[in-house]
Design a protein around this ligand. Structure first.
Ligand code: GLU
Length: 307
């Protein structure tokens, strides 16, 4: 099989240890398989983005000598394609326009574990207004998929979320649509990413089936959480990486992935650490692990080793 993997960051801030986990695990897994590794900037949500973050992410990856294949792709250059596909689903009767606000939905009292659940009030309404959201009929979105690390995962979208949004009422495509369309266009065969996205995978599989697209292999690696159990992210105060200190950053992320670099690589360039990791990483050591606490790693190194 011609393996094609990817790292797909949203440019909401600079790279931090949490996002680097997704980058490095997808990179190592692709390179171990002799495959290609693409970088895709998921810049479809300008209100959440930070100016300059896309360039900062790419230059940090370069400083860390994590070299991708092809040119990076940008979701913002595919907005017309997402719109056309969403409208085609409406024409096929698989999606519909919806004018309900969050407040309307909440006031119906239909809360689900991911926030609110949408029961399909607008399904039969044939709305043609421009500033409506577009939702996919999710009645058949139930099943089980086999994750490469997390085993059998059951999903039941109608119970959790209901008909899900693929285009927002502000005219922006939703993450699920863009991710599924791009993975298919780019021929992605393996998706290695954090367990924070595990619960959303069923929605993406349903959307692939609705659009007649292939389902890649999914492998969800543990996410890093802080002492309070929160995912390391810009919002929870993750520090941007000091990519200039590439050796220490690379050794730290490898440690999270279960690899302790030998002494002779303690001053090596990041690229040498990655080559060593490609030879030595056994992803199965992460089987079933959903989270790793930030602290556990810092006990792995004497402070001065990380300087
Ligand atoms: N852009 C998403 C994020 O940064 C990741 C998408 C994915 O890997 O499927 O959380």
């Amino acid at each position: 099989m011609n393996y094609v993997g990817r790292f797909a960051p949203s440019p909401t801030g600079p790279l931090h240890m949490g996002s680097l986990m997704a980058a490095v695990s997808s990179y190592l897994h692709a390179r171990q398989a002799g495959g290609r590794w693409l970088v895709r900037i998921e810049d479809i949500d300008p209100p959440r983005e930070m100016p300059g973050a896309s360039d900062a992410i790419l230059s940090d990856l370069e400083a860390l000598e994590l070299y991708w294949d092809d040119k990076p792709s940008y979701q913002s250059s595919h907005l017309d394609e997402y719109r056309t596909i969403a409208e085609r689903l409406i024409d096929a009767g698989l999606a519909y326009r919806c004018s309900c606000s969050r407040r309307d939905i909440r006031s119906r009292g239909d809360e689900g574990p991911l926030g609110y659940r949408y029961s399909g009030v607008c399904r039969g309404r044939q709305l043609h207004l421009r500033d409506t959201a577009i939702r996919v009929n999710a009645d058949s979105a139930r099943g089980i998929f086999e994750d490469g690390l997390q085993g059998e995962c059951a999903y039941d979208v109608p119970a959790v979320l209901g008909d899900y949004v693929i285009f927002r009422s502000d005219g922006l495509p939703a993450y699920h649509l863009a991710v599924v369309v791009d993975d298919a266009r780019q021929g992605i065969t393996h998706i290695v990413r954090g367990t924070d996205l595990l619960d959303l995978t069923g929605i993406q599989i349903h959307l692939q089936r609705t659009l007649n697209l292939p389902t890649p292999v999914y492998i969800h690696v543990p996410i890093i959480v802080n002492d309070a159990g929160q995912k390391l992210s810009k919002r929870t105060g993750a520090e941007p990486l000091r990519a200039s200190n590439g050796n220490a950053v690379a050794r730290e992320v490898l440690n999270y992935l279960g690899l302790k670099a030998p002494r002779e690589l303690h001053r090596a360039r990041p690229a040498e650490l990655w080559s060593w990791a490609i030879e030595n990483w056994e992803i199965d050591a992460l089987q079933g692990i959903k989270e790793i606490t930030l602290q556990s790693i810092h006990t792995g190194f004497a402070e001065n080793e990380l300087q």
